[in-house]
Design a binder for this molecule. Sequence first.
Ligand code: UD1
Length: 346
Amino acid sequence: MKPKIIVTGGTGYIGSHTIIELIRSGEFEAVAVDNCVRSTPETIGRIKEITGICVKHHAVDICDKKAFFAMIEQEAPIAGIIHFAAYKCVPESVEKPLMYYRNNLGSLENVLEACEKYHIPQLIFSSSASVYGDVKELPVTEATPFGKPFCPYAHTKQIGEQMIHFFAEQHPDFQSVILRYFNPVGNDMSGLNGELSPDKPNNLMPIVTQVAIGKMKQLTVFGTDYDTRDGSCIRDYIHVCDIADAHVKALQFLMNGKNESNCETFNLGSGNGVSVLEIIDAFEKVNGIKLNYIIGGRRPGDVPAIYSNSGRANELLGWHCRYTINDMVESAWKWEQHLLKSKQAE
Ligand code: UD1
């Protein structure tokens, strides 16, 4: 029997790609838990189309402790949990802070309590580079201290990490890995699974693809007066399948007892800073499409440049990025087109 891994947020963007990688590894059985408030149960069918495996899906809210624990009891024995389920929209978190604290931290509290109560030995936690805030020194390593949280979303990730640290201190048999993502973009290279963005997305890549397909009229580049090579902001974009693969490697790392402490932290970035204008250029060249964009003012809260030093994950997890910026823009576009075709077929 393969070790069973519960993937919370399993029908979401990174969760579903991680399930695909877990299946591809051939080493794990994945079970998805997701109430689908920000995703769709149809993702299970997409995973099946890509992998041939129909994973079990529980439509459970992890904040509902009774329902969540009943599900855990039903699925026992469980080898590990990968906890993705959380809200992640920065402006929304500013508008509705309590909703973010309640959902992101309430769910984590239940996940940790389940690990304690049901002796689930391993946890992988989905964190974010936003914990670093406005960093002064680049590239960012895991030793870079937390910055001032610039929004409730980032704050929930900081508190979440600290909750896991304090919990791990009291539970020596419990092993955990915290993964801090930089800017996950792109989709499965088949174009059959991807991010279901809201109608008004905030992140660059879904805006690029929505402008390209005509759902949005225009892309505004938020500032070209930064002190960067072309004046636009620099970020560390990383293909979602590479992020997903790191979760599989993190589980293997814990299962093989390679961790030194029972709460290990890794940055997940490509290590390359890429500007907004370079993303636009790559998208246009790779996909042969002209994007309708204008240069606008700066977006409040944006830092000029941030990118990762991912040496620790490279060395200790044996993890390396397999995909390039061209793969990211190609797969992002394939998925947007796939969504349009599926809608037209309805
Ligand atoms: C944002 C979040 C971060 C979160 C991450 C998830 C903020 C301040 N940060 O990061 O906490 O973890 O998403 O991927 O919201 N851009 C444009 N025009 C647009 C949209 C974006 O020029 O219409 C630029 C931005 O100025 C930025 C870059 O594109 O330089 C990337 O933006 P985005 O995708 O929103 O990611 P981050 O802001 O880096």
